[in-house]
Design a protein around this ligand. Structure first.
Ligand code: AMP
Length: 528
């Protein structure tokens, strides 16, 4: 016997159809790179997406072709998300901060046929054109060219039919080792992820929400916001520049209630607020992810009356893996205990299964006891199975994907991320978390940034060395930092050496690049 309900594939065009039908007038505000502002609504976005799908069809783009963007956050980029997928194509959002070799690699590997780009990236596009071998059409998004291109069409066209297991989007990982790898999202995985992300513990979105996503539309599918936003009809406020003064001004004027960004974004906002006295009176939901949110950040936002959704995820998980929800006994906890909860990476929503396994054999499943730390593995309908064009699956026989992260699972399911598998320091057979050392050091008032590496040691295998960038004008010596760390980490975790450096290298997504730091200090030796 088969079920007796309707066929209604989970495809992303349903999201924009819904938004236009049920929330057509809900605004989409853009503050463009030149300082001008425009206001459209979900119905306009859909109409422009229809025109774009038609224009792509006129260029000969068909189902499964790759349509790339090199763009910041704005209404035209949102149109591209729905226009490309509505044409049956695969939207490939390229991160403009990647290095030139990576940019060359991913556009060629993806076999992009069309590139839609911001005028601000024209110099980059001009430079790369001769190296991109598959792109046939270049369209500028914000100098009138895009408008003209789509306005040749009347928008009177049906979405190109696709199935829910067909691909809709391609994102490449930032690639801390080797070439970037492509993650090919499906319509179905994208829609399920979008619906789950709307819940209170994650985006907490409803039609009253006014969301300014600082997370770029080119990074990890912008955490699914452009899709989820359409399902709820939230008002979007986009800024094509990430200047904290501009963001704060927009947030105040547009009465922004929700925002999402990596920790460095929030840090820049705090700096600006401290310097100018600016406030964010309407903000009530701050989604922080991409790297660990420091304690002071969570505390400050909570004191502002903002709910912090500290989320863990990765491009391979669409990207949401876990998020810091309030616990059932939240109201009985002290403020300090509440901050403790939010500092961890939270729990898995329905649709994500988590487990940790022994770091040495990579298969013994560890207990959820709040102490055993192991390799974090995930599975679920929006978790990767195989990288784009790869020969083999990226999961084991039981479907578990190894995240490359190291964490502890607590009895209530809360994930506490402690490191990356490649960065965890092995000293005398025991593991030291480089991230915990860094976080502890970052609490010192004279430290601007810190990174810990495991350095070869003749007796202990590896021992931690801490690299520190001093805050401008700060005078601090190694002994003072060592003393500061003494009551924050176990004694045997204390670094064997603390080295001061001018800067610490970062990846294109703003994370500390341990690979580059390691290369810089490849000759470094500790003595017994
Ligand atoms: P990406 O695919 O570029 O988004 O990078 C994903 C990686 O970022 C994860 O595998 C983690 O190592 C790291 N990451 C993401 N969110 C968090 C978080 N809340 N805390 C610590 N690390 C995080």
């Amino acid at each position: 016997m088969s079920g007796a309900m309707q066929d209604w594939d989970l495809v992303v065009t349903h999201l924009i159809d819904h938004a236009a039908r049920e929330h057509g007038q809900r605004e989409i505000v853009t503050r463009w790179a030149d300082g001008s502002e425009t206001r459209t609504g979900w119905a306009d976005i859909r109409q422009d997406a229809k025109k774009m799908a038609q224009a792509l069809g006129a260029l000969g783009i068909t189902k499964g072709d790759r349509v790339a963007t090199l763009a910041m956050n704005h209404a035209h980029h949102l149109v591209c998300w729905y226009g490309a997928t509505g044409a049956g194509a695969i939207l490939h959002t390229i991160n403009p901060r990647l290095f030139e070799d990576q940019l060359e690699y991913i556009a060629n590997h993806a076999e992009d046929r069309v590139l839609l780009y911001d005028a601000a990236f024209r110099p980059l596009v001009d430079k790369m054109k001769s190296r991109w071998t598959t792109i046939e059409h270049y369209i500028c998004l914000d100098d009138g060219e895009f408008r003209q291109w789509i306005d040749h069409q009347n928008g009177d066209v049906a979405w190109v039919p696709v199935g829910e297991r067909d691909p809709c989007m391609l994102c490449y990982t930032s690639g801390t080792t080797g070439n970037p790898k492509g993650v090919l999202y499906e319509h179905r995985s994208t829609v399920i992820h979008a619906l789950v992300a709307l819940q209170p513990a994650i985006f907490d979105a409803d039609p009253q929400s006014v969301m300014l996503p600082v997370v770029p539309m080119f990074h990890a599918a912008s955490w699914g916001l452009p899709w989820g936003g359409a399902a709820t009809g939230i008002k979007f406020v986009f800024s094509a520049v990430n200047d904290p003064a501009v963001l704060c001004d927009l947030m105040r004027r547009e009465r922004v209630t929700h925002s999402a960004g990596v920790p460095t974004v929030w840090q820049a906002m705090f700096h600006h607020m401290d310097a100018t006295g600016d406030t964010l009176p309407d903000l009530r939901q701050a989604i922080i992810g991409g790297s660990a949110a420091p304690r002071f950040m969570i505390e400050r936002l909570m004191r502002m009356g903002v709910n912090v959704a500290h989320a863990w995820g990765m491009t391979e998980t669409s990207p949401i893996g876990t998020t810091g929800a309030k616990t059932y006994d939240w109201d009985d906890l002290t403020f300090e205990q509440q901050v403790d909860v939010k500092q961890m990476q939270g729990r898995a929503p329905f649709g994500v299964e988590l487990r940790t396994v022994d770091l040495t054999d990579m298969q013994t499943v560890l207990p959820r006891d709040g102490v055993s730390s192991g390799a974090l593995q995930v599975r679920g309908p929006w978790v990767i199975r195989r990288y784009f064009k790869a020969e083999e699956d990226a999961v084991n026989a039981d479907g578990w994907f190894d995240t490359g992260d190291v964490g502890i699972l607590h009895p209530d399911g809360t994930l506490q991320l402690t490191d990356r598998t490649k960065d965890v320091i092995k000293s005398g057979g025991e593991w030291i978390s480089s991230v915990e050392l860094e976080n502890a050091a970052m609490g010192h008032p004279a430290v601007a940034e810190a990174a810990a590496l495991g350095m070869p040691h003749p007796r202990w295998d590896e021992r931690p060395v801490l690299f520190v960038v001093r805050k401008q004008g700060a005078q601090v010596e190694a002994a003072a930092i060592a003393e500061f760390l003494a009551d924050k980490v176990a004694k045997w975790w204390l670094p064997d050496a603390i080295e001061f450096v001018e800067d610490i290298p970062h990846t294109a997504t703003g994370k500390i690049s341990k690979k580059d730091l390691r290369a810089r200090f490849s000759d470094y030796r500790l003595s017994a």
